[in-house]
Design a protein around this ligand. Structure first.
Ligand code: GLC
Length: 829
């Protein structure tokens, strides 16, 4: 069953059947303000922090499931019938595409509803009783305001008198207070109306305001939620909409909302454009300016609002510019659509907004997860170098002198330049943390967090060419300064020290798998990640040594020796015959071995010996074959098999999770990207793309009765085969899967990756592909790369030309001067 389709040319996903059983969301905002918005207009906004900067309210896990939202209501003043621009919250009948309106139900009683989720905007459209309404919601690049561009067209042959109303429910800015401490939230916030602007204020905190404004003087308003909705009603049938007039009341107490009502008269064929604004800031400092800016009318017919149009176009250009940094054209339609738009958007969303604001993570936590952010940044350096740099610096500041990272931290706590707001003592006492108290000890340290950062920094340097970044001084969490290079070395040293009796990394609190809590047991995953991080660091050390840096020579020796040690341990201890064991419990019992009854094989570490370059082709292939055979499925690879059913705390919390859910034998999406990379490095392009396809959301577009979640976003996990909901997808958007899938396809399947001194093209593709093209911007130059595959091989470069001149295959193509275009032709064979 399908509910929509990909409009690839427009970079949009179009939902043309609105009754999707779950919310399909989008993320709006690029800088300070973010909105998570469902295909029904449900969702919420926040300013900078989803924990402290809430603007609009969301009743998480509510019934119905995505209320309230950012709604536009329409009312036909001739007969009082009303509906909403998005199908919900009024929820009038609808028809499917191709279906005829139901004449028996009255002319035009049914309507069409479509939602288009685009990159940074969502557009709702309703065609109901001769009134065609579009509500385009977006957050401009440089204004802290959400714009609703509403166009109402009379497609009937008679004059129509309508009332159009906005509605958004404000939230107390601190989400925990909004959820749990109503004796604060109800009495410490107020609303007022003046000059067409509703302002929501916090009297005790006179620097926090939100507002709702519109492009035309409203005929009435509501700023008290309960006045707008009315007793024993919901957003489905608000009394103010039914009445066609707001109550024109505000107060310095209770729950607040932003509803502005407008009377609109439309001649047949006429279109009216109205703008609603939901913004951060006060009426005087922001509201009036934004009202003036976005009300500027250039012409009435056709209705032109230059500022709205310009800002919308700027937003489109912003995303196009990011997409243009790397565009692919392959014979694989799903890969093209997802990589060129959706997977990039999802990966950027994780970096810009982190992981705590969705409909599942509802914003009650703040900050950055060390391992998640350290991985996420790696994939979007080309499209967002500024944010990547900021995030890397935040991670470096939250790294301890000992080398490990603070697992979950608020970057502001370690940022000497963070904005300091006046400290108003509030009756809700929240102890002020001391920075030293934020630095956790070994008992709360994850064995992997810091390791992801090393290759991310190296990738950042490769992308930008900014070798001086390695010499930048950045303090550790304790405050002592060190160069970035030293930070990386400490990360490697920490892991070199934290080694158990078998020579394998200690598990500590957890590794990538939050539910594998080995403590003094050992984790092969971290040993492999350590090798991978060392190899990345060695690229830097070797480069510095070549430039005459003597201390870099010592590092080359030191880390080459450590890499050899790890290779030896892996060979001697960690190979189980057909795959790699997952580690040892603190009692020395193997985990993830054929000898185990449960959890015989795990997914997340199998690819890393190949990626780290510490194993043979034979073992690499055997481990990938085992993954496919024992963990693979039509919805992706399971995290482990068989599922755990017996509690064993020496293995960890994973043994207390229902079989088939999350870390216990579900299809956990994130590590599904790694076998793609391993297969590509092994030269098995068909197998790489087979792994990619098995979990590609695009491929599930017509299988929504099973998948449930949106087919344009990766989810955290899908229920595994031990669960009766096998294949159902949960927790969309905020997952490291997006970044890793982007990396796996672009750098390994298509093989366009960077060395410190050049660009490498080394594809591993399905043998039946005739070739593909990539447009890659790198350090200001454009590389138009054409890969030809006349012999129908998967791997192996026979020849390369650069601007028509033969180039030695396997050697990096040097960076061209900024502004130039380089034509690269790679022939496989
Ligand atoms: C969640 C966490 C991530 C962890 C994964 C597996 O997605 O955010 O850090 O690696 O679960 O446990």
């Amino acid at each position: 069953m399908r509910y929509g389709f990909f409009d690839t040319d427009a970079d949009e996903y179009v939902i043309d059947r609105p009754d999707v059983p779950v919310s399909w969301t989008n993320y709006l905002g690029t800088k300070n303000m973010c909105t998570v918005l469902s295909h029904h207009g449900g969702g919420y906004s926040y300013y900078k922090s989803s924990q402290y900067g809430r603007i609009s309210r969301f009743r998480q896990n509510g019934v119905p499931l995505d209320r309230p939202g950012h709604y536009v209501y329409l009312r036909d003043d001739a007969d009082g019938d009303y509906w909403s621009a998005s199908w919900q919250p009024v929820g009038k009948p609808f028809v499917e595409p191709g279906e005829e309106p139901d004449a028996a139900a009255g002319p035009g009683a049914k309507g069409r509803w479509t939602t288009r989720h685009g990159m940074g905007y969502t557009r709702f459209r309703s065609e109901y009783r001769g009134i065609d309404t579009e509500q385009t919601v977006f957050i401009p690049l440089d204004d802290d305001v959400e714009v609703w561009d509403v166009r109402v067209t009379n497609t009937s042959d008679r004059v129509r008198e309508l009332t159009v109303a906005s509605y958004v429910e404000f939230s107390f800015h601190t989400i925990t207070i909004d959820n749990q401490n109503l004796q604060m939230s109800l009495y410490a916030s107020g609303s007022s109306y003046a000059d067409g602007i509703i302002e929501y204020d916090f009297y005790y905190e006179p620097w926090t305001f939100h507002y709702v404004a519109s492009s035309e003087t409203p005929s009435s308003y509501d700023s008290l939620r309960d006045n707008f909705i009315g007793p024993y009603r919901t957003e489905t049938n608000p009394v103010a909409v039914e009445r066609g007039a707001g109550s024109n009341q505000s107060a310095t107490t209770q729950n607040h909302c932003g509803s502005l009502q407008h009377k609109v008269v439309l001649q047949p064929g006429e279109t009216k454009r109205l703008v609603y604004l939901l913004g951060y800031g006060s009426r005087d400092e922001a509201g009036r300016a934004m009202q003036a800016k976005y009300s500027d009318v250039a012409s009435a017919e056709p209705p032109a609002l230059p500022a709205v149009d310009l800002e919308f176009q700027r937003l489109r250009d912003y995303w196009h510019a990011k997409q243009d940094k790397l565009r692919i054209r392959t014979p694989h339609e799903g890969m093209n659509t997802m990589i060129n738009s959706w997977t990039l958007l999802q990966a950027e969303t994780c970096v810009v907004w982190s992981r705590f604001a969705s409909f599942v993570e509802v914003g009650g936590r703040n900050g950055l997860g060390y391992r998640d952010t350290a991985q996420d940044v790696m994939s979007v350096i080309h499209s967002n170098p500024t944010k990547t740099r900021q995030r890397i610096l935040e991670l470096l500041r939250a790294q301890t002198e000992q080398g490990y990272g603070l697992h979950l931290f608020d970057p502001k706590a370690f940022d000497p330049d963070a904005e300091q707001l006046p400290d108003v003592p509030s009756p809700t006492i929240v102890p002020t943390p001391n920075v030293a108290d934020l630095i956790h000890g070994l008992e709360d340290t994850c064995s992997d967090d810091h390791l992801w950062l090393v290759p991310s920094v190296v990738e950042y340097v490769k992308e930008t060419g900014d070798l001086a970044f390695l010499d930048l001084e950045v303090p550790f969490a304790q405050g002592t300064p060190a160069t970035v290079y030293e930070h990386l070395r400490r990360a490697l040293e920490f892991s070199a020290e934290q080694v158990g009796p078998n020579g394998v990394a200690l598990g500590l609190r957890a590794d990538w798998n939050d539910c594998l809590n080995l403590g003094g047991g050992e984790t092969s995953l971290v040993t492999f990640l350590h090798a991978w991080a060392i190899r990345a660091f060695l690229e830097i050390c070797e480069h510095r040594r070549a430039a005459g840096d003597a201390s870099a020579s010592e590092d080359v020796e030191r880390w080459t020796a450590e890499l050899d040690r790890i290779r030896g341990v892996a060979d001697a201890e960690l190979w189980d015959g057909r795959w790699w064991i997952r580690g040892y419990t603190r009692d020395g019992v193997k985990i993830g071995s054929a000898a185990n009854d449960e959890g015989k094989i795990f997914l997340e570490h199998q690819a890393w010996p190949v990626i780290a370059g510490i194993t043979s082709q034979e073992r690499g292939e055997a481990s990938m074959d085992s993954v496919r055979e024992l963990l693979g499925s039509e919805y992706g690879s399971h995290l482990n098999w068989p599922a755990f059913t017996k509690v064993d705390d020496t293995v960890g919390f994973v043994t207390r999770v229902y079989p088939g859910i999350k870390e216990n034998a579900a299809i956990f999406s994130h590590p599904n990207a790694w076998p793609i990379i391993a297969e590509a490095l092994l030269g098995r392009g068909d197998e790489a793309v087979q792994f990619y396809d098995s979990i590609l959301p695009f491929n599930q577009n017509d299988n929504i009765e099973v998948r449930g979640a949106e087919p344009y976003a990766y989810v955290q996990f899908l229920y595994g085969r031990d669960h009766e909901w096998f294949g159902k997808a949960q927790n969309p958007w905020l997952t490291g899967t997006a970044g890793w899938m982007y990396t796996a396809v672009t750098k390994y399947v298509l093989g366009v990756r960077l060395a410190l001194d050049g660009l490498v093209v080394d594809p591993s593709i399905p043998a039946d592909w005739d070739g593909f093209d990539v447009r890659r911007e790198w350090r200001g130059a454009v590389y138009e790369i054409e890969v030809r595959n006349p012999e129908h091989v998967s791997h192996g470069v026979a020849s390369v030309t650069v601007d028509g001149v033969a180039h030695e295959p396997g050697t990096p193509i040097p960076a061209a001067p900024a502004g130039s275009t380089v034509n690269v032709v790679v022939t496989l064979g």
